[in-house]
Design a protein around this ligand. Structure first.
Ligand code: ADP
Length: 326
């Protein structure tokens, strides 16, 4: 059996650990494994490389993805999909493991409709995929944010200022909520739950008046809508509002792509490894259009439709608790 593996969409720490687990599990079971470079772009252009055990040596601990990743609008077109089918037949692949987010899974479904066996692994720092408590890369990204917030806190305590820190997550607030809960923030602003900025300003003014030397507000990049469309970051808009309504000096930090990098944490390596092995088992069992998830610490298979369809929500109680504890 010939199994292909690709990484697609935004990269995330732990993708390499997943690739390693897929390759070595498949080799163990006597399969041939091929890596497709740059996601669906490489599929269309036929960039495919054989992967042996050595090819995935020394990558477990590395961020990014050795297969590289890409966004490929051409793959969504009828011509693109016809070309994809042609390439897969030429390559002689029987099944594909697709590591990415919901967009990548929609692509996997299209391949499945054309008769190719597909299994997806949730690889995104945003944690915005249904049917899994965690996605590969989320834990590392949150730890990166916590490290940054610790550093901002050090300098913040020397000044009476309001620090607005923008984190990634597209239209989802999981990174902001998780970092706010465990890193300590005055407030966390997420796209999913409406926020009362006037009440936030009143609270900031009160806290500073009562002797608190600084306030940190975490803002998800999608707080004001799709960050791709935004002409200005959410943090700048919030910062301007807070400065105008409190009279406080504000400082903005947009953490940006540092959140995508770094060596994956134990947790991301663990789920990437277990999920990668499970993907191969599913393929060998003849399953298709499945996504591997982790729910209540159990690695399980779910229908891709369910994973894409479920709108996972930040727990509003977390935001309440963040406010209570600040
Ligand atoms: P992610 O997988 O992280 O959500 P994207 O949404 O950018 O990232 O999707 C990655 C790639 O998956 C796209 O560039 C495209 O090639 C493919 N893709 C996305 N949406 C679809 C779709 N509706 N149908 C087919 N392919 C898609």
């Amino acid at each position: 059996m010939k199994i292909g593996v690709l990484t697609s969409g935004g990269d995330s720490p732990g993708m390499n650990a997943a690739i390693r687990a897929v390759v070595r599990t498949a080799l163990y079971h006597g399969c041939e494994v091929f890596g497709i470079k740059r996601g669906y772009s490489g599929l269309l252009s036929g960039e495919i490389i054989p992967l042996d055990s050595r090819a995935v040596g020394d990558i477990l601990q590395r961020g990014g993805t050795i297969l590289q990743s890409a966004r490929c609008p051409a793959f969504k077109t009828a011509e693109g999909q016809a070309l994809a089918k042609e390439q897969l037949l030429k390559m002689g692949l029987n099944a594909l493991v697709i590591i990415g987010g919901d967009g990548s899974f929609r692509g996997a479904q299209d391949l499945n409709k054309m008769g190719f066996q597909t299994v997806g692994l949730p690889g995104t720092i945003d944690n915005d995929i249904g049917c899994t408590d965690y996605t590969i890369g989320f834990d590392t990204a949150v730890n990166t944010v916590l490290d940054a917030v610790n550093k901002i806190r050090d300098t913040a305590s020397s000044h009476n200022r309001v620090y607005i820190v923008e984190v990634m997550g597209k239209l989802s607030g999981f990174i902001a909520a998780a970092a706010g809960l465990t890193g300590g923030a005055e407030s966390v602003l997420v796209p999913e739950i409406p926020a009362d900025l006037n009440a936030l300003c009143a609270k900031i003014s009160r806290s500073l008046h009562e002797g608190k030397t600084h306030s940190i507000v975490l803002v998800a990049e999608g707080f004001y809508g799709d960050p791709v469309d935004a002409d200005q970051s959410s943090a700048f808009k919030v910062g301007r509002f807070v400065a105008q309504h409190t009279g406080c000096e504000t400082r903005i930090t947009v953490l940006g792509h540092i959140q995508r990098g770094g060596t994956p944490t134990f947790f991301d390596r663990k789920i990437a490894t277990l999920m990668g092995a499970k993907a191969v088992e599913l393929i060998l069992a003849g399953e298709t259009e499945k996504m591997v998830g982790i729910v209540n610490d159990k690695i399980e298979a779910f229908d891709m439709d369910a994973a894409i369809g479920e709108r996972k929500q930040v727990d509003p109680q977390w935001l309440d608790l963040i406010r209570i504890l600040s």
